[in-house]
Design a protein around this ligand. Structure first.
Ligand SMILES: [Mg+2]
Length: 162
């Protein structure tokens, strides 16, 4: 990216135009931290009123509270708002399975880093529809990490996120 940036600056062209602009706009999300469900719902409603259409809900301290908070948010915002989550490595396999079962009907977009780096074996045996909604973005520090995740059959979906 640094080299693309350098070339773009040299040519006076934005990197996105050098690479070929694929999107005119990219919706960003507003982050809802771990907090009581009522506060999370209030922030979700406020964010929608400001024009946001994507919510990113932080998880990972208590899977049961996470599920309840997500249910309340989905009920409040309706089906037209994208909801993604980020557990920041807060789950173990048992919590992950509970999360997946408890949120199956909430139409969640994806979950970032549900388990700690190195604990990706927790993804083994999950259904494809579940795996593709799990992002191991913090698990990949280099090409070797990426190779391990790609090589392990059924280990994980892939994602680039922050
Ligand atoms: Mg994250």
């Amino acid at each position: 990216m640094a080299l693309w940036d350098l070339l773009g600056r040299h040519l006076g062209v934005a990197v996105v135009d050098l690479l070929g602009r694929a999107h005119a706009a990219l919706p960003t999300s507003v982050t809802i931290g771990i907090q009581p469900a009522a506060d999370a719902v209030a922030l979700a409603r406020e964010s929608l009123a400001q024009g946001f259409r994507v919510l990113k809900v932080k998880l990972g301290k208590s899977v049961d509270e996470d599920i309840e908070r997500l249910r309340c948010i989905r009920e409040a915002v309706g089906p037209g708002t994208a909801i993604r989550t980020d557990a920041n490595a807060g789950y173990d396999r048992a919590s992950l399975l509970r999360y997946l079962a408890g949120t199956r009907d909430l139409a969640l977009e994806l979950c970032e880093q549900p388990v700690a780096r190195g604990a990706e074996a927790a993804f083994a045996g999950l259904e494809e529809a579940e795996r593709v909604r799990l992002a191991a973005d913090e698990s990949v520090h280099d090409l070797a990490d990426a190779g391990k995740l790609i090589a392990a059959p059924g280990c994980t979906g892939s994602s680039i996120s922050s």
